[in-house]
Write a new protein. Sequence first.
Length: 361
Amino acid sequence: MARAHNFCAGPAALPQAVLEQAQADLLDWQGMGTSVMEISHRSPEFMAVAVAAEQDLRDLLSIPDNYRVLFMQGGATAQFAMVPLNLIGTNGRADYINTGHWSTKAIKEGHRFGHVNVAASSEDSLFMTVPDRATWNLDPEASYVHYTPNETIGGLEFDAIPEVGNVPLVADMSSNILSRPLDVSRFGLIYAGAQKNIGPAGLTLVIVRDDLLGQAVDACPTLMNYQNVADNDSMLNTPPTFGIYLAGLVFKWLKQQGGLKAMETINLRKASKLYGAIDNSDLYSNPVDVRYRSIMNVPFRLADDALNAEFLKQAKANELLNLKGHRVVGGMRASIYNAVQEESVDALISFMADFEQQHAK
Ligand SMILES: *Cc1c(COP(=O)(O)O)cnc(C)c1O
């Protein structure tokens, strides 16, 4: 059976080579007569997997030595609570930038833990743009500034890392981490659920500058305290071993592709041809400010919503899967993460053109 073109927003496509490796390893991993899921997380064999995964990630992102890499659970949503629990400090103040669905969720959760200042929001423009940095109203007392570099649902992506002075910058990179090179030193903390661009659901990645550890509020649960997790090399309790193993395979695959610079070139090419096809058609449109269009998540609408069901039906018949937009925005969305091959984007573009021709007035 052939693999379909999978545009799912998450859990998303994984590289075929990685899945084949996992398949080959499943029953008898490293000649041990067990799978990697069936051994102790404290065994030397598994510890080597975790160490290699961390090192490969460090190599890919050039993570400076004063940053810790944590393998956690609970997804990005748990980080919406863990970030304030660990970083909001005794004065309980934090800045948030609101650019869409996921930043709104982070803000809502943040309110439970202290005084959240929404320093800027593009809600007035229905989140079709990023608020101009000059208009941000930052709290001089804030313990951190939180933002969402890529809004997965709206398809809105910052085109640069915002300048916030000495205040730690915290980023939810769930849907754009590893899509291109990144200057990690600009951040206090980066987090990402794995299921978009890293590996399977169940693993959450945190990259944190070490001077930010040890500041959790007293009520912070043991397992959610970054300091404890770091002190125990992410093995305070049983970590998501299969997720770490599979993420490790993805990191090795990314290195084989030529690293993040090479991925950026491919990702920019994929996104620009898809946006080009949308912009050059009469049937499809994308409303996002061109400067801030996401290179990972491409939402688009059909001129007539009555065609949506037929579009999805025919797409599926052509093995183009999971194109339905998020329920809050409607329309379509093609998520084109690292593992989505350029051939899949080409197949989508060609299908979209055929569909438009069929429905030309
Ligand atoms: C998917 C996503 C989330 C939610 O992730 P979970 O791991 O399901 O909690 C949060 N933020 C962004 C930017 C996302 O893309």
